[in-house]
Design a protein around this ligand. Structure first.
Ligand code: ADP
Ligand code: MG
Ligand code: MG
Length: 880
């Protein structure tokens, strides 16, 4: 079978559609070559080889070597050089490339094919010995660290020493002889560290590098990245081998990285960075400060590529247009200019901030490049979180500490930490941390993830820190050169101000500013492109989106974010209010019904007030109110001191109090005396709540002329009889209230489906229910038979080792819990065709769970207010 796919000018075996087989990089190199862009020829070893490699004890499939030899010969004939030729050597790069880009996870080896002999040939051919020896030392350095595992700093030290000897400050000041010296020292280091001389045979070098790329698929950094991004291990990586082009052959050469639009803001301007006389990762490594691509982004004194190499720049601008038209999305491009000639080395859909993704999607739709439905699919619903992030209050007093590059937007305050491990540790304790590093590397990913914000003192907008932070949605200020970081002393200093580990600073990732101390923040604006995109999403989605809200503030936030009603209002949250808890406890302590009714009468006005507020804000939208759900002991005081205090306040003995608490305590409260079981034991509780709801609804109708739509929800029903009894209670209250008022109101009574028995008998329960709401938090607990409060001890391990693909409390377990929902939905609707179905619980804001809700035809999802935009967009995407 075919393991190797060639690409090159006008003739590629592969295409962009073959991403799974060729990896993203290989597939796009093939595609770019096919559409006539200047791509140096090469070949891709497929991801299937990677999978076979790991399935067969790290052995290659039969026939691979022959196919590689043939593909290599093809490159040789295309560029007119031979691999290992002493006069005219072909050099190649060996590059990894997974299906999805994993920035910095896999290492690239450049200039492969150089040895003590071919370096002479390279020097002769280029007429430039300095360039040849510089390339050779780069090769030994990359190959030495990536393939042979020699510590990077061993090489860096050598360069530093030679520079010191020569009085040079920049790498570019070193001569051919200097680099020759570096090469000799490098070879000694390799010999000393590995016990073997540096490999001289180009074929050995090639297979060593190929093995290292496949090997790196299973290194710790890659594994961590895959875990964080939910990338399956069996996807594997491809290996790309490509003829080298040289950006380090002199001042008419360059290498660069660019985006077809600004990845930070989404503005439709060509955005990028380059370095003259440089190679490969120089731009992103932060060793020299890169220069801007276009004049419009250049600061005074900076020479843009547009000015330095106008022809190559013009060519690049044409490529930008071709690529956007072809891929119909913003591209992230890597290029090299060799003696004024442009070569394309990579393209992929560019990572962008959430604001940029919204702007780009909207502008592309408005310019007709894509349609509105497509625009809706272009924005990751989860990333909307970032747009909803606060920004710094412009009116707040601020003390500027320093400035860097605005690498990833959003504002964050936190205490300064200097290492990724510490960031993770302190974040786990609940502290907000800002990770401060000179520069970041893939080893820091876990700390970046744990941090609220990231600050680096070196590197540009395409540095590791910037790229990763944007991907994660963390605010980031990069390249703040005015700050001096001292890891040893755990301090950072700027302009005479010293900040210590543990001190608070604030970052503004949108402006690049760094402030000392905490700065107040304000809520985001939800207008402009965001509103447009959400409008398009609302046009295509079928699922309604409601919010879980009980306080007026929650309800207002929900409306602002576009909620179409309340799907779950937990009345017990209202019971904890300090003004009311006394009456709640009095009710619990009462010896008889009369005592309970007296206490409940005190609560009634409060509850009515709560519902009046909700009904007003929701102005005629449906409001689902769940009657009391948790076991009563949750409302009792904890600890001796509090117990005594409460006993005194209620005018009862501590002993009696303690005894009542003991009576109420349960072995397994989650499955105990709660939900409708309480309503059946103490009907007066639900009666009070129902009265509060109906009286509030009538009051708001009188006040506004608009009738509220109360949906009363009975929790924890497992049997139809339970619903019949509680429904009867509520209906009797309704008629009493309506009699008193002399008018009636529409309302409905439904139940939560959160027990397997309820799901399985949904056909009979539906006879008494006007709607079902799937309480997926409890349903997950009861279907799995696992308590969420105890799951922390083993669930993370289950997810890590793949027993469960995801935390089922975050993303619905489609197979089990979802299966139960599917049964209940079918059986319920079998009884009542139009039975209204929704879900409430954390899952209502999770895109994957929402897609499932769409699939089985639920009517609405309900989630926390801040997730409402996420749910609206996810519901639209699920419908497309
Ligand atoms: P990554 O996946 O980390 O981006 P790449 O495989 O893209 O790694 O390689 C990194 C850089 O190495 C490229 O951006 C490019 O500058 C340089 N490079 C790779 N292949 C070649 C080549 N054939 N000629 C010149 N430079 C190359
Ligand atoms: Mg890399
Ligand atoms: Mg790259």
């Amino acid at each position: 079978s075919k393991y190797v796919y060639s690409f090159g000018p006008g003739a590629s075996d592969g295409s962009a559609a073959m991403r799974n087989l060729l990896g993203g990089k290989g597939a796009n190199l093939a595609e770019m070559a096919s559409i006539g862009l200047p791509v140096p020829p090469g070949f891709t070893i497929t991801t299937e080889v990677c999978t076979a490699f790991y399935d067969n004890d790290r052995a290659y499939p039969e026939g691979l070597r022959e196919q590689v030899d043939a593909a290599l010969a093809k490159i040789e004939s295309e560029v007119g050089r031979r691999f290992g030729d002493k006069h005219n050597p072909l050099l190649v790069s060996v590059r990894s490339g997974a299906r999805v880009s994993m920035p910095g996870m896999m290492d690239t080896v450049l200039n492969l094919g150089l040895n003590d002999v071919t370096v002479q040939g390279l020097a002769e051919g280029a007429g430039d010995a300095r360039f040849a020896w510089d390339s050779y030392r780069r090769f030994i350095q990359m190959y030495g660290s990536v393939v042979l595992g020699v510590a990077h700093h061993r090489f860096e030290e050598i360069i530093e020493n030679v520079k010191l000897d020569e009085g040079a400050t920049e790498d570019t000041q070193l001569s051919a002889q200097d680099w020759h010296r570096v090469v000799e020292a490098y070879k000694d280091v390799v010999q000393a560290e590995t016990g073997h001389p540096f490999p001289q045979d180009p074929h050995d070098q090639l297979w060593g590098a190929v093995g290292a790329v496949f090997g790196s698929w299973m290194n710790q950094r890659a594994i961590t990245y895959r875990r964080l991004h939910e990338i399956p291990a069996d996807w594997g990586t491809a290996v790309n081998v490509q003829a080298m082009v040289f950006g380090n052959m002199g001042e008419d050469c360059a290498t660069g990285v660019c985006f077809t639009r600004d990845p930070s803001t989404g503005v439709n301007e060509f955005y990028g960075e380059y370095l003259p006389n440089a190679q490969g990762e120089d731009v992103v490594a932060g060793i020299r400060t890169p220069r801007p691509l276009s004049k419009s982004y250049a600061k005074p004194g900076e020479i843009s590529l547009e000015e330095a190499m106008p022809q190559a720049y013009a060519e690049l601008v044409r490529v930008r247009e071709t690529l956007e038209r072809h891929y119909r999305d913003m591209q992230d491009i890597e290029f090299t200019i060799q003696r004024q000639k442009l070569y394309m080395l990579q393209t992929r859909n560019g990572k962008r901030t959430a604001p940029a993704s919204v702007r780009i999607a909207v502008e592309m739709a408005e310019s007709g490049l894509i349609d509105q439905r497509e625009a809706v699919t272009r924005v990751n619903p989860q990333s909307l979180d970032q747009l909803l992030h606060p920004t710094l209050d412009p009116k707040a007093k601020k003390t500027l500490l320093a400035r860097g590059l605005p690498a990833s937007p959003g504002a964050a305050s936190g205490i300064v930490v200097f290492s990724a491990d510490e960031a993770e540790m302190r974040a786990q304790k609940g502290e907000a941390v800002i990770l401060v590093r000179i520069e970041t590397s893939p080893e820091d990913i876990h700390g970046m993830h744990a941090a609220r914000g990231i600050l680096t003192t070196r590197g540009g907008m395409t540095s590791h820190a910037a790229v990763v932070a944007r991907g994660m949605g963390r605010p980031c200020v990069a390249g703040a050169g005015g700050i001096h970081v001292d890891y040893g002393a755990k301090t950072l200093a700027a302009g005479g101000v010293v900040v210590r580990a543990g001190d608070t600073i604030t970052l503004d990732g949108a402006t690049g500013e760094i402030f000392t101390g905490f700065v107040p923040m304000i809520e985001p604006q939800l207008s402009g492109d965001f509103a447009k995109l959400m409008g398009w999403a609302d046009e295509v989605r079928r699922l309604r989106v409601r919010a879980n809200a009980e306080t007026p503030l929650d309800a207002e936030t929900a409306r602002k974010f576009g909620a179409e009603g309340i799907g779950l209002s937990r009345t017990e949250h209202m019971f904890f209010d300090p003004e009311r808890i006394g009456a709640v406890r009095q009710m619990i302590m009462a010896h008889d019904e009369a005592g309970r009714r007296a206490a409940l009468a005190k609560l009634l006005p409060y509850q009515r007030q709560d519902f009046v507020a909700l009904f007003r804000i929701m102005a005629g939208l449906p409001v689902t109110i769940r009657l009391l759900d948790p076991p009563l002991h949750e409302f009792l005081p904890h600890g001796e001191a509090e117990l005594e205090e409460v006993a005194a306040a209620l005018g009862m003995g501590v002993e009696a109090m303690r005894q009542r608490a003991a009576e109420l305590s349960e072995a397994n409260p989650m499955l105990g005396h709660r939900g409708c079981r309480l309503g059946i034991s103490f009907p007066e509780i639900y009666e009070m709540q129902a009265r509060a709801i109906f009286e509030a609804a009538l009051e708001v109708e009188t006040e506004t002329g608009k009738a509220p739509v109360p949906e009363i929800m009975i929790p924890l029903v497992g049997m139809k009889r339970e619903l019949d009894i509680t429904r009867g209670q509520v209906e009797r209250v309704a008629s009493a209230v309506f009699d008193e008022a002399g008018r009636v109101l529409d309302y409905s009574i439904g139940t939560m489906i959160e027990l397997p028995r309820a799901a399985l008998t949904a056909d009979t329960i539906a006879q008494s229910a006007d709607f079902f709401s799937f309480g997926t938090n409890d349903l997950t607990q009861t279907v799995f038979g696992l308590s969420r409060d105890d799951a922390g001890k083993f669930l993370p391990k289950y997810v890590e080792s793949g027993i469960l693909p995801k935390d089922p409390f975050v993303s619905l377990d489609i197979e089990g819990v979802g299966g139960m929902i599917r049964i209940a939905a079918e059986r319920g609707r079998g009884t009542k065709g139009g039975l209204k179905l929704g879900i409430c619980g954390e899952h209502g804001g999770d895109p994957a769970s929402i897609a499932f809700c769409e699939e089985i035809g639920l009517d609405y999802v309900s989630c926390s207010p801040y997730r409402v935009p996420v749910a609206r967009l996810a519901a639209a995407q699920a419908a497309i």
